[in-house]
Structures are given as structure tokens and as C-alpha cells.
Design a binder for this molecule. Structure first.
Ligand code: ZN
Ligand code: ZN
Length: 592
């Protein structure tokens, strides 16, 4: 029976053909998804000039018979979906429509396909079938789309943005590889291999193929569920970040989607663990009943909406924060060294989203070799293994930098410490900031009502505009435990303040809080607490260069040890870095 069916016209109208093919990325997407629909286990994408000259997709899927091969290019024919309802069923890939005829109309196409019984070759020019003949019967489909946009003005535009287009295609193929770890994806542009995944079904292995060894060795598995949703996937250690969101992949029932609310939740979970403008690496799969998901019908977008989004957001938030809290997250200097060399040419100037793009063969071999040890390395069960190297203990042990004592200080800022495992360097400002941040945040969020009456009341004068805003927000001052009076025009007097206000500069701290109230009128309570805690922690903590004594250092380390996250300051900078004993031995070539 023919697998291709003629689509009903209301659906055809819903999907505007022109939009589907306005980018080479969309052509690649269409062809790759056809291959996936054909149950391919290997999909090879070969591009010439980012696909503008030629896109060749070869798969080993179920192929087509002669009838389907010709019908595939006639308008309103599709094997993918039959009714509008199918558009909403996220279980099937197909919510695109008549893309193939549209692609054919602006290019030359050569299709070779075989269902294993008959082989067919169809060639088209500008959508017109030129020739149909029989071909070999090796199962699978090869489609070559050449001279894309040759008969439209769009082509010129693309010649200018080949790099952007390639970056988009790479990002797309990477994400498809992450959603189908059991399919082998090969992506080549102008003879250069950009991606080659194993297709063995192991998601971590696919992460390694895409992002490289360093990233793969610093991913943590997460898994969790509630009544409505099940999530699983990998998140990176906070020390591993990227300046844009291409490192974040969201899957719903193993299909790549976009959803800004979920991205926001993930970033919130990483908040204070990583710098504000950075993104973690994450591959998160959300398993859900398709009835709880609404897919945007636009064929080229992958936006989804979730009902019960709150339930999903809290599940994701809690799962990630729990994972981050249970790990010891001190960046290791030796890794930093490697990383710097590794990513030397992939800084912000690089067009390509794939950090791994320009790896030479040597590095690739290294990756293959190293991954065997590193990938199978399971931190959670590690302690049961017999042989434990010193440096691994540091990562494994969750003793919160135990038994660490100061040796001295460098540049009036970096405290050198040691314990049995190695040498550590602590940034005194970042450490103090973390300690104070958690202290303030705790006091604020538990509504601590301990207050102090001041001997000489503080008189604070504001501009009339500022005063008006403050007046509207007096309830915030009440909530914090301040006692105050209005005094003349635009002036208030503070008689009592909460005890957590730093004793050595209370007026400065109070002014900061009032500033925050005035500047950020519409904060919810939690955001306000957060903002106050970070601002005060930064302003009120010892600075780089401030002189501190040995007992001060000991106290600082001890206090840092007690924090929930001793490893980063509230802005996401590291507080502490480690040279393990093993690192030192390696650096001095005592150990190899
Ligand atoms: Zn600071
Ligand atoms: Zn900071």
C-alpha cells in the first residue's frame, strides 16, 4: 500500500510553503526528519557551501516505491500527517506539510530511493519531473538538493550569510543527535566533518561527540518525576558555561522543542552558581502525556506550551538545585589548563555553535581514548571502588573543604590554604561575599524579627520623587523590622533596624536597601530579598586588597565551609580553586 497520502486542504493552507524553505536550515530539517520518519539508523548530511550549492542527505531507512517517489513531490502529498489533530501529537515528528514540493520548486533535485524491492531514481528541475528511471535496490534514500533558490532572489542574501546558516544547521543537527542518540548523524560541510555521533543510544556519548571530552566528563545525570511529569538528562558542573543558549537542549518526549519559561527556570536553578550572563550545558528530556503539551503549528518553530507549567517548573528547579547542592564543585586548576587550550579558537568570535568543530584528529583520538575512563566514571558509586587517586577524592568528597588551614596570602587577596588533598586558593572577597549573602538571605527569608534600637536615630533625606516611591513601599520597611517616622518633607528617621544590618556601616547598608526599594518598585518579595542580599554582601564584605590576619583567614574558611554553596560567590564567580596533590606532582613532573 502506498505510504504517501494526499493531505486535506485546510491543513495545506495552514502551512505556508514559502516559510518552510526560506532558509537552508529548514531544507536540511525537512530532509533529516524525512529520514527519521523512514526509521533510518544512519543519516549522513553533506553540504557544499552551507547547503546553498548542494545538500545531500543519505539514509538507510525504509525507502519508497516508484509511485511514492514521484508522488512525494506533488503538492499536498505527505506521508507525515493526515489531519490537523496530528499536528498536536508530539509523539510523531510530522507536523510539517508540503515542504518537499516547495523545496523542489526552488532547486534541482535528484532522488534515489529503494524499499529493498525496487529502486527508483527521480530527477526534477524547478519542481518539474524530468526523468524517472529504475535504480539499484540497496534499501534507503539519497536525496540531493542542488542550486537551492537558483530561481529566486533569496539566493543572493544567503551567499552573504553562509556562516550563520552553517551555524544554524550545526545547532539543529546537534540537537537532533541529542534527541535521537540511537541514530548515527554525520554532518559534513565542504568536505570537513563537523559531527559524527556513535548512534549507540548512549546520550552521554552523544554529548561527548558534540561538545567534546571536557564537557562530557563534567556532566551530571539527573532524573526525577512528579504526578504530571518525568524528567531526565544531564546538567553540567557550574564551572562549565557558555555565553549563549546553544548549550541548552530541551526535549519533550525526545523531540527538540523551545520553551522560554523552562529555560528561565533552569537559569534560576543555576543562579549564583554561574555568572549571570552565562548558560550551563544541559540536555533535559521531559516525558509527558501529549495532552499536556500544546505545539505551535508553525512548521519551522518548535515552540511548545505546557499546561501545569508550575508543576514542571518546580520539578526542574528542585531536581537541579538538589543535584548542585550534593556535589563538591571546586574547579580544578589542571582541568582549567586543558580547557583553555582546548577552546582556544572557539571564543565569542567563532561563528560556529559547536565547540568541537575544529578539533584536529589528534584531539579526537584523545577524546575517544579518554572517554572510556571518564565517561563510565560514576561519582555516586565511586567511594566503593578500591583505588582512589588523591585528586579524585577532592571531587568526590562532600566534606565541604574539611580541615583546610591558611598558609598565607598573595596580592592581599588570595588566601593560600592546604589540607591533605592539596593546595587551595580562596578569593577573600568572593568568599566573604558568599558567607554574607547566605546570612542576609536567610535572615530576610525567615523574616527574622530581631531588631536593634539605635542610639542616635538616622535621618535620611530623599528627593520628593524618591520619597513618594518609598512611601508607597513603607510596608517593605515594616516587613524588614524597621521602625521609622516621617520627618518634615521628604525625610524619614530610622529608630530601629534589624540585627542583620552590618554593625560597622549600618547607615550605608540602610541607604542601599532604600535605594533598592526606590529603584525596583515591582520586585516580588523573593527577588527583593535576593537583590538586597547580593548588594549588601558585595558592598559590606572585605574587598580585594583589604588586610586580614591569620585568625581572620581561619574564621573566613570556617564560615565558608558552613555555607550551602561554598564554591561560588553570589555573582557566580568561583570562591575557591584547587591544585590537588596530584596536580602539583604532575606540574612538577613527579607524576605523569
Ligand atoms: Zn563583590
Ligand atoms: Zn561576587
Amino acid at each position: 500500500m502506498s505510504k504517501i497520502q494526499v493531505m486535506d486542504t485546510s491543513l495545506a493552507n495552514k502551512i505556508a510553503a514559502g516559510e518552510v524553505v526560506e532558509k537552508t536550515m529548514n531544507v536540511v530539517k525537512e530532509l533529516v526528519e524525512n529520514s527519521i520518519d523512514a526509521k533510518a539508523s544512519v543519516i549522513k548530511i553533506e553540504l557544499i557551501d552551507s547547503g546553498v550549492k548542494e545538500i545531500k542527505v543519505v539514509d538507510d531507512g525504509i525507502g519508497m516505491d516508484e509511485n511514492d517517489a514521484v508522488l512525494a513531490f506533488s503538492r499536498h502529498a505527505t506521508s507525515k500527517l493526515k489531519t490537523l489533530d496530528d499536528l498536536f501529537n508530539i509523539n510523531s515528528l510530522g507536523f510539517r506539510g508540503e515542504a518537499l514540493p516547495s523545496i523542489a520548486s526552488v532547486s534541482n533535485i535528484l532522488l534515489k530511493t529503494s524499499d529493498g524491492k525496487t529502486g527508483t531514481i527521480v530527477s526534477l528541475e524547478g519542481g518539474i519531473v524530468k526523468e524517472v528511471k529504475s535504480g539499484d535496490i540497496k534499501r534507503g534514500t539519497t536525496i540531493i538538493v542542488s542550486n537551492l533558490f537558483y530561481n529566486t532572489p533569496v539566493r543572493l542574501k544567503y551567499l552573504k550569510s553562509l556562516y550563520t546558516e552553517l551555524a544554524n544547521i550545526t545547532d539543529y543537527v546537534n540537537k537532533m543527535a541529542l534527541s535521537y542518540p540511537n541514530i548515527k548523524f554525520i554532518l559534513i560541510n565542504n568536505g570537513k566533518e563537523l559531527l559524527n555521533t556513535s548512534g549507540n543510544g548512549d546520550l552521554l556519548k552523544t554529548i561527548l561527540n558534540i561538545y567534546g571530552n571536557i564537557v562530557a566528563s563534567k556532566m551530571m545525570y539527573i532524573e526525577s518525576e512528579n504526578d504530571d511529569y518525568m524528567i531526565n538528562g544531564y546538567i553540567s558542573y557550574p564551572e562549565l558555561t557558555k555565553s549563549n543558549r546553544t548549550s541548552m537542549t530541551l526535549l519533550v518526549n525526545n523531540r527538540v522543542v523551545k520553551n522560554n519559561e523552562i529555560i528561565k527556570t533552569i537559569l534560576e536553578a543555576f543562579h549564583t552558581y554561574i555568572p549571570k550572563d552565562r548558560c550551563p550545558y544541559i540536555v533535559l528530556n521531559i516525558e509527558v502525556d501529549p495532552f499536556l503539551v500544546d505545539v505551535n503549528v508553525h512548521p519551522t518553530k518548535m515552540e511548545v506550551k505546557f499546561s501545569k507549567i508550575d508543576s514542571l517548573q518546580s520539578l526542574i528547579y528542585e531536581t537541579i538545585t538538589n543535584k548542585l547542592n550534593e556535589k563538591t564543585l571546586i574547579p580544578k586548576v589542571m582541568n582549567e589548563f586543558v580547557e583553555d587550550n582546548y577552546y582556544k579558537d572557539t571564543k565569542e568570535t567563532n561563528f560556529f555553535v559547536n565547540d568541537n568543530l575544529y578539533e584536529n584528529e589528534e584531539k579526537k583520538e584523545l577524546v575517544e581514548k579518554k572517554q572510556v575512563e571518564e565517561i563510565t566514571f560514576d561519582f555516586d558509586t565511586f567511594s566503593t571502588k578500591e583505588e582512589i587517586k588523591d585528586d579524585e577524592v577532592v571531587i568526590q568528597e562532600d566534606s565541604r573543604i574539611k580541615n583546610m588551614y591558611p598558609i598565607g596570602i598573595v596580592h592581599g587577596t588570595y588566601i593560600i590554604c592546604e589540607n591533605d588533598h592539596g593546595m587551595f586558593i580562596i578569593d577573600q572577597h568572593a568568599a566573604a561575599e558568599r558567607i554574607n549573602y547566605e546570612k542576609y538571605y536567610h535572615a530576610l527569608s525567615t523574616h527574622s524579627k530581631n531588631t536593634i534600637d539605635v542610639l542616635i536615630p538616622y535621618q535620611i533625606e530623599l528627593t520628593s520623587n524618591e520619597y513618594l516611591i518609598l512611601e508607597k513601599n513603607f510596608h517593605i520597611l515594616d516587613r524588614l523590622g524597621f521602625k521609622y517616622e516621617e520627618f518634615g518633607s521628604n525625610t524619614i528617621i530610622i529608630r530601629t533596624h534589624p540585627t542583620w544590618i552590618p554593625k560597622y556601616a549600618p547607615l550605608e547598608a540602610i541607604m542601599k536597601i532604600i535605594d533598592i526599594i526606590i529603584l525596583n518598585e515591582d520586585f516580588d518579595e523573593d527577588k527583593f530579598n535576593e537583590k538586597v542580599s547580593i548588594t549588601l554582601a558585595c558592598k559590606m564584605s572585605i574587598k580585594a586588597g583589604d588586610v586580614i590576619t591569620m585568625p581572620d583567614m581561619t574564621y573566613l574558611i570556617e564560615e565558608l565551609r558552613k555555607t550551602k554553596n561554598p564554591f561560588t560567590c553570589p555573582h557566580g564567580r568561583p570562591t575557591i580553586i584547587a591544585y590537588t596533590k596530584y596536580d602539583l606532582e604532575k606540574l612538577f613532573k613527579r607524576a605523569m
